[in-house]
Design a protein around this ligand. Structure first.
Ligand code: HSE
Length: 401
């Protein structure tokens, strides 16, 4: 029997216990041994809960129990998750986590400690919730040189943008409704400002490069400036607006960013709606492949954590290879990244915009107090210079090629 401990009995932690219980027979068969949740660490007590007797408040009980072989870290945040994880790995206990913040900040160090102690630090649930994406990048696509990843990696913002698209509503209105329904956090900053997606693309990019892509180096822009009017223009162009997290390994360098993009109906990511996530991967042999599913939520995320537990059970005493070295990747300045831009300026800036941008394609939805257009392909730097000459804008959205 393999003894497991769950750190944090919140949404994901309780989901882990539920997944192990519900699919017990199948999971045990696949793990090759029976799995048993021996401890649940939480600050709270859970009177009446069927697992009440397993709840402990002192981490040392878990750490010092030689029977515990696998720990599920579903606490989130860096403190005390970092210390707990490090201590567990140093003690030779594998750790499976959903904690993207910790993985993005300390991934290579924790992977290395796991390696030195013949155990594993696995993080399938840290990106895309229940979508298998870490394992495909680590195992299935090893014959590929992956040169592009584009993801819809945040369920909250995708839900908000989908509603804005369908209902013609404004950002604030939809956010309020999403908060009332419990889809968006009371403090939605990490989601709507793109920070959550930034951590996730940092993790995927690191696996793509085999080296460390620091999340601090990734240009990140959220969706707070996107309005109902932007969606009117998007519709006119047969497009929608999506918050994309992307990285590209090009001859000109390694680029990564998180920002809202105009995306065409023809693109597979266009149809990824509501809280769903998807990751679109380009490899030099395979071409494009896409991984789609529920990117958040109790059971989907817990399912990914438990899949890692099964992997640890199958590889006891061995470390599963993960190519993520501590060496930092030089992330190129996005000023050099080239693309078309959609721009809205005030009606009286029409001449100035035409002069500054030269060749442009007007987009008209009948809003008489503004002038909207699509630029030619420009670098971000060129675009900023031209926009300044034109006198700034109401909004501008990058176009997905
Ligand atoms: N807040 C995240 C989201 C949860 O909305 O996608 C999953 O990481």
């Amino acid at each position: 029997m393999i003894q497991i401990a769950v750190l944090g009995y919140g949404t994901v932690g309780s989901g882990v216990v539920e997944v192990i219980e519900t699919n017990k027979a199948d999971i045990n068969k696949k793990a090759g041994e029976e799995l048993n949740v021996k401890y649940i660490l939480d600050l709270r007590d859970f009177p009446g809960d069927p697992y009440e007797s397993k709840v402990v408040h002192d981490y040392n009980i878990i750490l010092n129990d030689p029977e515990v072989a696998i720990i599920c870290e579903t606490m989130g945040g860096q403190k005390p998750a970092y210390d707990f994880t490090k201590q567990a790995l140093l003690a030779g206990k594998s750790v499976c986590t959903s904690n993207k913040e910790l993985v993005a900040a300390h991934g290579p160090e924790l992977i290395q400690i796991a390696k030195e102690n013949h155990c594993n630090y696995l993080f399938e649930a840290s990106v895309g919730g229940g979508i298998p994406i870490i394992r495909p990048l680590n195992y299935s696509l090893t014959a590929e040189k992956i040169d592009g990843i584009t993801g819809i990696l945040n369920g909250t913002t995708n839900y908000i943008l989908t509603k804005m698209d369908k209902e013609g509503a404004d950002f604030e209105e939809v956010l309020k409704e999403a908060q009332e329904k419990g889809y968006a956090e009371r403090n939605p900053e990490a989601d709507v400002e793109g920070y959550d997606a930034c951590r996730k693309i940092a993790i995927l990019s690191s696996l793509m490069c085999g080296k460390n892509v620091k999340y601090e180096d990734i240009y990140t822009e959220g969706i707070t400036k996107i309005s109902a009017a932007d969606f009117k223009y998007a519709k006119q162009m047969n497009k929608s607006v999506k918050l994309l997290a992307m990285s590209r390994d090009t001859q000109d360098g390694f680029f990564a960013m998180v920002a809202p993009f105009m995306i065409s109906r023809e693109h597979p990511l266009y149809s990824v709606s509501d809280v769903f996530n998807a990751v679109y991967v380009h490899g030099n042999m395979l071409g494009d492949s896409m991984y789609y599913g529920r990117g958040a939520g109790k059971l989907p995320t817990a399912s990914a954590v438990v899949s890692d537990v099964v992997d640890c059970a199958r590889h006891q005493g061995k470390t599963i290879m993960c190519f993520w070295d501590a060496e930092d990747v030089q992330v190129a300045d996005i000023g050099e990244a080239k693309r078309k831009f959609f721009v809205r300026v005030k009606a009286d800036q029409r001449e100035a915009a035409m002069e500054a941008f030269g060749s442009l394609a007007e987009v008209n939805v009948g809003l008489t107090d503004e002038f909207a257009f699509m630029t030619q392909v420009l670098s971000e730097k060129e675009f900023d210079e031209k926009l300044e000459k034109a006198g700034g804008c109401i909004n501008r959205i990058r176009m997905m090629a």
